[in-house]
Design a protein around this ligand. Structure first.
Ligand code: IPE
Ligand code: IPE
Ligand code: MG
Length: 265
């Protein structure tokens, strides 16, 4: 049997940095459908085509991690029929997308309270995770029954349990400790966070991890967010200056803090 050759990466030159980890709040499926006098659920169905196009585009361009917010813990409040449709779609997606994931060397992973999902969806998801486990091109991470506050609360509870059992000294708890108790501690934080449908809020997504992500809001609804819209977001990212609270390296006034103190003394 011949080894599958990974496809060469085609990274576009957008005149600036390129994100390693892109996270997306896929919003506006319902509105997309309603504007066309269709049932809301048809917007979710159309949204799958965007998931496929954005996943393959990101993999082709050499994004290392793509995290998609697919279903929040709060989304369980929606009508039963919509939830049933979404879970059915998830199960279908898990089976239908296997060849695309394999062709593009994409590994599937999931974060969230996955035990809340219906058994059939969870089984399909685990099988796809297993099938794609050794793919190395990009990780597609689906956030399902995900809530950032519950992720942090679950982590803090486990920290408290470990401290009580003597496995952890409370004096040693720092930011890295807490990170280690989140769902996916080994993945670097998102560099770019995109939200569609023009909404300017986080809706309980990756609160810890997006501390320094660059935020980009696209006006189009998720079913219309395709490769050209992704390129716009990547172009916007390339033009940002990330300072992480510090200063830009080549800023004109770059005397070290101690020198500045001397000058003003
Ligand atoms: C995003 O689209 C998909 C999910 C949250 C599952 P919405 O269903 O939220 O669509 P709008 O925001 O109502 O238009
Ligand atoms: C956020 O979208 C959740 C997902 C995209 C899965 P929502 O449509 O649920 O968020 P709100 O209710 O508008 O904040
Ligand atoms: Mg919405």
């Amino acid at each position: 049997m011949t080894e599958r050759q990974p496809k060469p990466i085609q990274r576009p030159d957008l005149g600036g940095p390129f994100p390693e980890h892109v996270a997306i709040i896929m919003d506006g499926n319902g509105r997309w459908a309603q504007r066309r006098a269709l049932r809301r659920v048809l917007g979710h169905k159309e949204g799958i085509a965007s998931v496929r196009e954005i996943t393959t585009s990101c993999a082709e361009m050499g994004v290392k991690s793509l995290t998609l917010y697919a279903f929040s813990v709060e989304n369980w409040k929606r009508p039963r029929a919509e939830i049933r449709f979404l879970m059915g779609l998830l199960e279908e997606f898990m089976v239908a997308e296997r060849p695309t994931l394999m062709d593009n060397d994409v590994r599937l992973a999931c974060i969230g309270r996955l035990d809340d999902l219906p058994e059939a969806s969870l089984r399909a998801l685990r099988e796809t995770e297993e099938l794609t486990a050794s793919n190395r091109g990009m990780t597609l991470r689906l956030a399902l029954s995900y809530g950032s506050r519950s992720e942090i609360a679950d982590g803090v509870r486990r920290i408290a349990e470990d401290a009580r059992a003597g496995r952890l000294d409370p004096a040693d708890v720092d930011e890295e400790t807490l990170r280690g108790y989140l769902y996916d501690p080994d993945t670097p934080d998102p560099d770019l966070l995109i939200r569609t449908a023009g909404e300017m809020r986080i809706s309980n997504f990756l609160l810890w991890q997006i501390s320094y992500a660059e935020f980009y809001v696209a006006d189009v609804c998720w079913p219309e967010f395709r490769r050209p819209q992704l390129m716009e977001a990547l172009r916007a990212y390339a033009s940002r200056q990330r300072k992480f609270g510090g200063l830009i390296q080549d800023a004109p006034d770059e005397a070290p803090a101690s020198k500045k103190a001397e000058r003003t003394a």
